[in-house]
Design a protein around this ligand. Structure first.
Ligand code: ZN
Ligand code: ZN
Length: 147
C-alpha cells in the first residue's frame, strides 16, 4: 500500500496490512496532539522515498521519531535496536479493511476520550514486561513496540 506526507516530499510503500494499534501514551499524544493510530512494519518491508526530507528526533534511548521537515507530518516511530517502524495509519491512502485491533498504554489515556472499538488493551507496564528493552527484539516478531 502507498502512503505519503502532507506535502508529498516523502512517500511510503509497504505490504498490505489492516491491523491498527493505538498508543495512548503521554509521548505519542504530545507528539501527535492525540493518540497514535499506527501500523508496524519490519524495516526490510518498507520503502521510504525522500529520506533527505526527513528529520529524525531521538525521543528516547530506544527509539527515534521521524517527521517531514517541510510539512511537519509525523512519519514514523523507529526502534534503534532493529529498525522496526510504526507508521501512522492516516498516511496511507488505503483504508478499506483497516481496523483498530489493539490499544496500548491504556493507563496513560486521558479521561476526555474513549474509543468505541472493543479491543485487547495493555498498560504501559504490561507492554514493557512483554517486550523487555534489554532484549534485542526479533525483527520477525509481532507489531508491538514499547514506546
Ligand atoms: Zn511533507
Ligand atoms: Zn506511545
Amino acid at each position: 500500500m502507498q502512503g505519503r506526507c502532507l506535502c508529498g516530499s516523502v512517500t511510503l510503500t509497504a505490504p498490505d496490512h489492516t491491523e491498527i494499534e493505538v498508543c495512548h501514551c503521554d509521548m505519542c499524544r504530545r507528539w501527535a496532539g492525540g493518540p497514535a493510530f499506527v501500523i508496524g512494519f519490519k524495516a526490510s518491508d518498507l520503502i521510504i522515498e525522500g529520506r533527505e526530507h526527513i528529520t529524525d528526533y531521538s525521543s528516547s534511548d530506544w527509539a527515534d521519531r521521524g517527521f517531514c521537515k517541510h510539512c511537519g507530518t509525523h512519519l514514523y516511530y523507529r526502534m534503534k535496536t532493529d529498525g522496526f517502524h510504526t507508521i501512522g495509519a492516516g498516511l496511507f491512502t488505503k483504508a478499506s479493511g483497516m481496523l483498530v485491533t489493539k490499544q496500548i498504554f491504556i493507563d496513560e489515556k486521558p479521561a476526555y476520550y474513549d474509543l468505541a472499538n472493543e479491543t485487547p488493551v495493555m498498560t504501559g507496564q504490561e507492554v514493557f514486561e512483554a517486550y523487555p528493552l534489554t532484549d534485542i527484539p526479533d525483527p520477525d516478531a509481532g507489531s508491538l513496540s514499547p514506546h
